[in-house]
Design a protein around this ligand. Structure first.
Ligand SMILES: [Mg+2]
Length: 256
């Protein structure tokens, strides 16, 4: 996939937003290291015990690449160790890259909306990198192209992410989906349910008889006659309904 470095992209984000812990550096700044931080006589960044603190090896390259391409960069971190995080950013010399930093606990909806407002960049012009699924889910719900980072930022992860952004944003269907997400409120768990199944490699299809407002019980009976394990959803899909349904499937199918 080295060639993707050279591949021209149809659409490029105006801003990249990075998480900090396990995205730009390999630790939780509030747990695994001991602020305050400083540079020792050898010029290394160390914590107060003198342990050397390292970022992921590719991080400076990633930041420099984006700067060279005139793509703005911001930080959205939910750490409670705001001072320590700010110190590390300063000691690593990264402040020259960041247009905005939002570093405090809480859902990243808040962080990203503040960044968007302060920098006057729309959510659909941003790409977000984070190592935690819950943050990816939150920002995807807002329509931000969001990339789960598994082992820290690398140039390859960046390039693949930019490619994903381009594919989604140059695809009209993707824009329509984002638009619908923006104007229609889904049941709160719907995206979580779909994402869970996708992550487990379980295929998903839709069978809708839209326009028919009743008869759900009969439909369930019909599907059961066809020996499809069928679950009557009484109120709405939730993670609990999904888990109970998967359990029922397992019980029925392991019981034959
Ligand atoms: Mg993180």
């Amino acid at each position: 996939m080295a060639s993707s470095l050279e591949e021209p992209l149809k659409r490029v984000p105006k801003m990249v937003v990075f998480d900090l812990d396990y995205t730009l550096w390999p630790f939780w700044v509030d747990t695994h290291v001991n602020p305050p931080f400083h540079k020792n006589s050898a010029g290394k960044v160390v914590d107060y015990r003198g342990c050397v603190i390292k970022h992921y090896p590719d991080t400076p390259k990633v930041l420099k690449y984006l700067q060279d391409k005139n793509i703005a960069i911001s930080v959205a971190s939910r750490t409670g160790e705001t001072d320590g995080a700010e110190q590390l950013i300063q000691l690593f010399g990264w402040n020259k890259y960041f247009q905005n930093k939002q570093i405090y606990p809480g859902s990243k909806d808040t962080h990203i909306n503040k960044i968007s407002k302060k920098c006057n960049i729309k959510l659909e012009d941003m790409i977000f990198f984070d190592d935690e699924q819950r943050n990816i889910v939150d920002l995807e719900r807002l329509g931000v192209v969001s990339i789960l980072v598994k082992n820290g930022m690398t140039m390859q992860v960046l390039m693949n992410g930019l490619k994903t952004f381009s594919d989604i944003r140059s695809n009209v269907a993707g824009e329509v989906v984002d638009y619908i997400r923006g104007v229609i409120e889904l049941y709160p768990d719907t995206l979580k349910v779909l994402k869970y199944l996708q992550d487990k490699d379980i295929g998903i299809s839709v069978a809708s008889r839209t326009g028919w407002s009743d008869g759900a019980e009969q439909l369930i009976q019909l599907f059961e006659r066809l020996e499809v394990v069928s679950i009557l959803v009484k109120n709405r899909m939730t993670m609990q309904v999904l888990m109970d349904g998967l359990k029922k499937f397992s019980d029925i199918r392991s019981n034959v």
